[in-house]
Design a protein. Structure first.
Length: 215
């Protein structure tokens, strides 16, 4: 099968270019592929199949953040509390705002982090197009969208890494096979960037204002 950068030309599927699909995690492409097949978008479904063949199970293309030996992992609510953020529903929420200085703190699935050329990115929020990301329409998803907007205005935020095993057909923010916990020793200083309707966390060498830090 020959890969092309042209998007399918029928229906909403025309918005899914190869470049856009490359940004998605494996479980997101699986979900999108199922919806494309259901809607009769054969070209998009085939494109998803080819990308999935090249993706390792459990994460996106690129170097993925791994759990280090002797790494201390704690529950998400505890990790947020250590950063001065108390979540009303710690089991559901993935972001919050520190009252003292208004800093946005965002939990990110470690397996969704993409690392290339010394810089890292992670998709934080994208619209629920064609049912590919139903979590975006939940209360927790809408809350993260609002926090992404706040972080974009504030120019910086803090990130926490959640480790575990994702399910093939679900976003880990919605449901995961296992959740081991949050790396208690690492806090990432990042900036949020908006690309189209999507919000991305960025840090590393190519991020002028983002750098990794130890708590």
């Amino acid at each position: 099968m020959t890969m092309t950068s042209d998007a399918p030309k029928s229906g909403r599927a025309s918005t899914w270019t190869r470049e856009r699909l490359d940004r998605l995690g494996r479980q997101e492409i699986v979900n999108l592929r199922e919806n494309a097949a259901r809607l009769g978008e054969a070209v998009l479904a085939s494109l998803c199949d080819e990308l999935l063949d090249k993706r390792p199970r459990g994460g996106p293309v690129g170097d993925v953040v791994r759990v280090k030996p002797r790494q201390v992992l704690v529950p998400r609510s505890r990790a947020f509390a250590a950063r001065g953020v108390w979540l009303e529903d710690g089991a559901m929420r993935w972001s919050g705002v520190r009252k003292g200085d208004g800093t946005v703190v965002i939990a990110m699935w470690a397996g969704a982090v993409q690392s290339r050329a010394g810089s890292c990115t992670c998709l934080l929020w994208a619209p629920n197009l064609d049912g590919a990301r139903p979590w975006s329409d939940t209360a927790a998803g809408r809350e993260r969208l609002e926090h992404c907007r706040l972080a974009l205005e504030g120019e910086s935020a803090e990130g926490l890494l959640v480790h575990g095993e994702a399910l093939e057909d679900r976003l880990p923010e919605d449901r995961a096979r296992t959740v081991q916990g949050v790396d208690a020793e690492t806090v990432i200083r990042l900036r949020v960037e908006k690309h189209g309707a999507e919000y991305w966390a960025c840090w590393g060498k190519k991020s002028a204002k983002g750098s990794a830090a130890r708590s």
